[in-house]
Design a binder for this molecule. Structure first.
Ligand code: NAP
Length: 471
């Protein structure tokens, strides 16, 4: 745990093992809910300090942290690869994105402002009304395993920019880069009590944190199941939920299927499919289905998989053996329900080969459930209305993409798809960190992207100024 600016060991530890070869990546203290009184007292002190820290100073700390992250890019990238199993090139990209997220947070800090509210004035009155954005106090961030660095920055950056203190509970499988990030912030001059990183079980420590009344804002990224449990336990506080999805892409009739296949496969197999906006479902016009599947099969079978530390590796392991088994079970069930296996569904250690299925029924797990694995299912559609109906046909709605040469198709799709974001002529996997990002339906509520997250981590305080008190 990182508290009062110092790393503290405990009696119990979480051993973090590489999902690729089981080697020890590192250890962190495993905390339980007995630490909560000290964590809360610290965060309260931190919140009082942060509220009074000038915005220029908060932005300066964020800029310095961004710069230091780039200076230490290789160290952070190697640890990401060790703890997540992410291929090294993608780990470097995550560090670059994390640094950019902090820079965006610094830029957004300077733009925090309020509004003037027109107030009816009686005769001889000099009354004005305005509101300003004020920090909420203590923010709690709970983060998932798949982008432990950048997603922590998406919460820490805006919390600091807004003048809050923050407690971070990272995923138990990947806590080390978050601890390293915490230490980096302290080295950059962040008041020690403003950031606490505490590791331990989501169901025990996490549950106790989310239900603590001193927390004013929860920023959660993770599965629908955990998000639902948190919402039920949280009580009255602000909540952002960045949850899962069944990312879909529609490929229209006239597209170049070779380019479409490359984009789709790259986006579906990145980070072994463990990306919230991974391409999981493809709906292609029925006249071109066979061609798209054949191009995707070629791509999938050429993917270089293996040691994520190797510069040439494109696909590394999934996070755990359980995750592989879970994906395989849902692939098998979908096949039993009528889906065709095109390629894959073979595993070696924690590596699941790039897997493509076709013609899955509407209620197959590979369509309805978040796979979070290198698995893509291709189904056909006849007209755009049907394609939109299919895209909307799962409980999730994070992002969707359409590849089309027709502007009217693109606009109809954008208007009618139930998603937080629509990407035209790219896959649902497109994201840059300044975007307002977040889903609808079971994909969650609220937005990330530093400028938007700052709004969610502040309150609007209304001030009415009566220039002259009258009897
Ligand atoms: P997860 O199992 O839901 O865990 C996420 C975090 O929640 C972990 O820190 C976990 O702690 C904690 N947690 C679990 N149960 C909890 C509870 N009852 N109360 C409080 N905290 C609890 O998710 P994951 O497997 O790490 O990550 C994959 C999921 O994240 C996918 O569904 C993916 O789509 C989603 N995701 C969404 C986005 C987005 O922006 N929308 C981005 C990335 C990932 P432990 O690790 O100790 O269990």
């Amino acid at each position: 745990m990182l508290i009062h600016g110092e790393k503290r060991d405990g009696d119990r530890q979480i051993e973090v093992l590489s999902p690729y070869n089981g080697e020890l990546a590192g250890r962190v203290a495993k905390c339980d809910s007995s630490v909560i009184p000290e964590v809360m007292e610290t965060a309260e002190k931190g919140a009082r300090l942060m509220k009074n820290l000038p915005v220029e100073k908060r932005a300066e700390i964020l800029r310095l942290a961004s710069q230091k992250l780039i200076e230490q890019k290789e160290v952070f990238a190697e640890m990401l690869t060790k703890e997540v199993g992410k291929v090294i090139k993608d780990s470097r990209k995550e560090v670059e994105r994390a640094a950019n997220t902090l820079k965006l947070s610094a830029d957004a800090a300077g733009g925090i402002c309020g509004e003037v509210i027109p107030i009816e004035k009686a005769e001889n009155e000099t009354r004005i009304g305005f509101c300003k954005r004020v920090p909420v106090g203590i923010v709690l961030a709970v983060t998932p395993f798949n982008f432990p660095l950048n997603l922590a920055c998406h919460k820490i950056g805006p919390a600091i920019a807004a003048g809050n203190s923050i407690i971070v509970k990272p995923a138990s499988k990947t806590p080390i880069t978050t601890m390293m990030l915490g230490e980096l912030f302290i080295a950059c001059g962040l008041p020690a009590d403003a950031l606490t990183v505490v590791c331990g079980s989501g169901e025990e420590l996490g549950d106790a944190l989310v239900s603590d009344p001193q927390i004013r804002k929860i920023s959660f990224t993770g599965s629908y199941q955990a998000g639902d449990a948190i919402c039920r336990r949280a009580g009255i506080k602000k909540i952002t939920m960045e949850l899962g999805s069944t990312g879909a892409v529609v490929v229209s009739e006239k597209m170049d299927m070779k380019i479409a296949a490359r984009k789709i496969c790259a986006a579906g197999f990145a980070n072994a499919g463990q990306v919230c906006i991974s391409v999981q479902r493809v709906y292609v016009h029925k006249s071109r289905k066979e061609e798209l599947i054949s191009e995707m099969k070629k791509y999938a079978e050429s993917v270089v998989f293996g040691d994520p530390m190797d510069e040439n590796t494109q696909l590394g392991p999934m996070i755990s053996h359980d995750a592989v088994v879970n994906a395989a079970r849902r692939i098998e069930k979908s096949i039993a329900m009528g889906a065709k296996l095109i390629t894959g569904n073979v595993s070696e250690g924690n590596i699941l080969y790039p897997t493509i299925l076709a013609d899955a029924p509407f209620d197959a797990p590979v369509v309805q459930e978040e796979m979070f694995a290198p698995v893509i299912v291709v189904n056909e559609y006849e007209n755009l209305e049907e394609a939109i109906h299919l895209v909307n046909g799962t409980p999730y709605g994070l992002q969707a993409g359409i590849l089309t040469d027709r502007i009217e198709e693109a606009l109809l799709f954008a208007e009618n798809v139930e998603c937080g974001g629509v990407i035209i002529n790219d896959t649902c996997n497109y994201r840059v960190d300044q975007m307002p990002y977040g889903g609808v339906k079971n994909s969650g509520m609220g937005k990330e992207g530093p400028g938007y997250a700052i709004k969610e981590m502040t309150e609007l305080k209304m001030i009415v100024l009566n220039g002259k008190m009258q009897g």
